[in-house]
Ligand binder design. Structure first.
Ligand code: ATR
Length: 279
């Protein structure tokens, strides 16, 4: 009997997770199937009961359920607790444990792209929402020289900074201040939706004062190359788009479910093919 896996979100029709995970099952000849489940917020609790009742082996959780779902699980991993959100559930004999692989997915993609240690790096995070929280806390725990959170709403940056300060030197500032002090940072990461389709002409921060050799990254992958990354590349900066964060968060989820190493290249190829519109 096939093991059934899936992703729960609302809306869900644009998710690339089914194609990405199905390609892995095909490649490794696993008797598993992955489905997208559209679950309205008022149906979330009953859907999670359904995961138990039907014996689904594991599910991913996406917008808007990542925080609320924590109320319906039996156990939550330490990092997911700190982040305050769950994107992966593992069903072990009816006990549901929640993990967050978003931050670690990003960290893996960054390490693979930079091929350098992060311990001497000053990091600027733009944005202080859910995605920023996952990445900021994971980077702070991994160990960076300092992490600075810049956000339109300063109070949210200050709140996230205070969580990060338990693990790494950190501070909060406005976007305007970060723009003025951009040459102090080695890694700049956009976690906001500024520049995402359809608003592709927007950029989250001016790169005018970018330090030579600084690394510029965007969590967005629609489009694959945002205007922000295009400008950085034109200035000669190494860049990283959001495709690999998505790929690695899925790879880590797969590894939680199966204990088998995920075929990253297969996953990336499927995602890129779909993003380019070739089905
Ligand atoms: P996600 O889960 O994708 O991180 P979120 O939790 O809603 O989404 O967070 C969105 C982030 O993008 C926030 O930091 C938000 O800034 P505010 O805290 O000031 O709302 C930021 N953001 C979104 N649209 C923005 C815009 N047009 N200008 C500046 N910041 C924006």
């Amino acid at each position: 009997m096939k093991k059934i896996m899936g992703v729960i979100g609302y809306p869900i029709k644009h998710s690339l997770s089914p194609q990405m995970h199905s390609a892995v099952y095909d490649k490794l000849k696993l008797s598993m199937a992955y489905h997208a489940f559209e679950v309205r917020p008022d149906q979330l609790e009953i859907a999670i009961q359904g995961v138990r009742g039907l014996g689904l082996q594991g599910v991913n959780v996406t917008i808007p359920h990542k925080v609320e779902v924590m109320n319906y699980l039996d156990e939550i991993d330490g990092l997911a607790k700190e982040i305050g959100a769950v994107n992966t559930i593992v069903n072990v004999n009816g006990r549901l444990k929640g993990y967050n692989t978003d931050g670690e997915g990003y960290l893996r993609s960054l390490l693979a792209a930079m091929k350098e240690e992060l311990s001497s790096k000053s990091v600027l995070m733009i944005g202080a929402g859910g995605a920023s929280k996952a990445v900021s806390l994971t980077l702070a725990k991994h160990g960076v020289k300092q992490i600075v959170i810049a956000n339109r709403t300063l109070a949210k940056a200050q709140e996230l900074q205070s969580s990060c300060s338990r693990f790494a030197a950190s501070s909060a500032m406005t976007i305007e201040e970060a723009e003025q002090r951009l040459d102090e940072f080695d890694i700049i990461i956009n976690t906001t939706s500024i520049g995402m389709l359809p608003e592709i002409d927007a950029i989250p921060i001016s790169l005018q004062r970018l330090k030579k050799g600084a690394f510029v990254s965007d969590l967005i992958y629609t489009p694959v190359q945002t205007k922000f990354l295009r400008e950085a590349e034109e200035m000669g900066a190494p860049t990283l788009n959001g495709v690999d964060m998505f790929v690695y968060q899925g790879a880590l989820a797969f590894e939680h479910w199966t204990n088998i190493e995920a075929p990253i290249d297969t996953m990336r190829n499927v995602v890129l093919k779909h993003l380019k519109g070739e089905k």
